[in-house]
Write a protein of this length. Structure first.
Ligand code: ADP
Length: 484
């Protein structure tokens, strides 16, 4: 066995359809590799159209029975799943680090974060409530009920192989929906392990299914089906557009968590040390491969040089290595294409006058390891100002005043996360309100948790995940007009 787990039963290489672990009809598989070593970890079933159709049919009949249960009954099963995830935290973390590359400490954190969504929505399952209103005519009443949307689909990315799944699956199940998960092909093992634990927790068959394989084939079939009432997608804006267009034919409900171009704004009055630590957290977590990662660090004139010096000094000390090594603070990038993109953006920035303050090269470890990099003197003319870097490169831009900071920050089609460091109370309000973003971190570089509504505006997406609002993405309102 290439992956050592306390419970080897968590390592699955087959897809889950209607409660059965299945190979592809034609026995096709794809390889999953460890980005730190290039080692092949597993060959996983690559499903086609026929298997996807069987899953859709199973999802439909499972959903009908599930929605008939009470919220309390659904909550019990979700709580059991939550406990099973936490009981297997270490195995799930090791599996994640092996297929995704992130440091073990981050994998453990993600499993806790992933589990927290299951706990949260187990609780919310019991609090789905409608209301009764007056009618304009005295002898009538208006009732509003909330009902499950029906059969749902989650298409998820490789950067958070567990949390992006539970953040969709848990509210869907809490609401009374069934859900089919199409995990990213780089990281299907975490998805399959989570489904194994759901099964052990007593989840009825067909409610959670995991469809592994070619995204275009499976995604095409899922979006074309009129039986699928909702798609929740996390990934690039480009694929989000494609899926939105494909969903137009059957008018599906959509939740989209897409790309970002997060500004990280440091004003002259900021606490320099806190800003540097916040920037490290917001930029280098998961080697810069998150949609809320600081993409542009905007620093005011008066503190610019001090910030660049302190930041570069701190970044140069980040320990790069295999995520299994407890000293590692930054693992490899997911694949060669990710490295190529980083190199392209760096070359463009340097050609246009950016200065490498630290890093700037592939790491001596080889493979897809890259040096944590700080680029000083970045400007709007560079591609790093407009494109999501998704790697360990932090370009630092300069601004003069509050108005310029806001204008620069909003100069993008994206609107997911933004960060502001200032100790001026009035400024913190003015800037937070002026930022065209779904989320603002004020004097903090870490904003994600299950209680907060996560999501973006503009071309960063539609809808919110987590929080008391997140379950509404999986509920329809029904209005009943009653004559007394
Ligand atoms: P990333 O750049 O993070 O890999 P993508 O948007 O390419 O983001 O991928 C996110 C998810 O979308 C993955 O699960 C991927 O397999 C899936 N995906 C990619 N292309 C398509 C497609 N044409 N139809 C459906 N799903 C897709």
């Amino acid at each position: 066995d290439t992956i050592k787990l306390a419970d080897p039963g968590l390592l699955k290489n087959r897809a889950l359809i209607d409660g059965a672990w299945v190979a592809a009809d034609n026995e096709a598989t794809f390889a999953v590799t460890d980005p730190a070593t290039g080692e092949v970890l597993a060959h996983v079933a690559s499903l086609g159209v026929a298997e996807t159709r069987r899953a859709i049919a199973a999802a439909e009949s499972a959903q009908r029975q599930w929605q008939a249960k009470s919220g309390k009954e659904r909550a019990h099963i979700l709580h059991a799943w939550y406990n099973a995830i936490l009981a297997n935290l270490e195995d799930l973390a090791v599996l994640m680090t092996r297929e995704q590359g992130k440091p073990l400490v981050e994998s453990r954190g993600e499993i806790q974060y992933a589990a927290a969504f299951v706990e949260w929505f187990a609780e919310e399952a019991k609090r789905i409530t409608g209301d009764v209103s007056q009618h304009p005519q005295a002898d009538k009443r208006i009732l509003v009920l909330k009902q499950a949307v029906g059969v749902c689909v989650a298409i998820t990315p490789w950067n958070f192989p567990a949390a992006m799944i539970t953040r969709k699956v848990a509210p869907a199940l809490a609401a009374g929906c069934s859900i089919m998960v199409k995990p990213a092909s780089q990281t299907p093992l975490s998805a399959l392990a989570l489904a194994t634990l759901a099964e052990r927790a007593g989840m009825p068959r067909g409610l959670i299914q995991v469809l592994t394989g070619n995204a275009r084939v499976i995604g095409g079939e899922l979006t074309a089906s009129p039986l699928v009432r909702k798609l929740s997608f996390t990934g690039s804006t480009e694929i989000g557009r494609t899926l939105m267009a494909q969903s137009a034919t059957t008018i599906k409900r959509l939740s989209l968590e897409l790309g970002g171009n997060a500004p990280f704004i440091v004003f002259d009055d900021a606490d320099l040390h806190a800003a540097v630590e916040g920037a490290i957290a917001a930029k280098f977590r998961n080697s810069g491969q998150t949609c809320v990662c600081a993409n542009r660090i905007l620093v005011q004139d008066g503190i610019y040089d001090a910030f660049v010096d302190a930041f570069a000094a701190r970044v140069s000390k980040l320990h790069v290595g295999n995520g299994l090594d407890p000293l590692t603070e930054q693992g490899p990038l997911i694949d060669a294409a990710a490295v190529a993109k980083v190199e392209e953006l760096l070359a463009d920035a340097e050609m246009r006058g950016a200065r490498v303050a630290t890093g700037g090269k592939p790491h001596a470890l080889g493979g897809t390891f890259y040096q944590p990099t700080v680029l000083a003197d970045a400007t709007s003319h560079m591609r790093v100002a407009h494109e999501e870097i998704f790697g360990p490169v932090a370009p630092v831009f300069r601004f003069r005043d509050e108005a310029e900071a806001i204008a620069l920050a909003n100069d993008t089609e994206f609107g997911l996360a933004a960060y502001v460091y200032t100790r001026d109370l009035g400024r913190s309000w003015r800037v937070s309100e002026a930022l065209e973003y779904g989320m603002v971190g004020l004097n903090t570089g870490l904003i994600s948790n299950e209680v907060a509504p996560f999501g973006g505006i503009k071309q960063s997406g539609i809808g919110r995940e987590g929080s008391r609002y997140g379950i509404d993405e999986y509920l329809e309102l029904k209005y009943i007009c009653t004559q007394l």
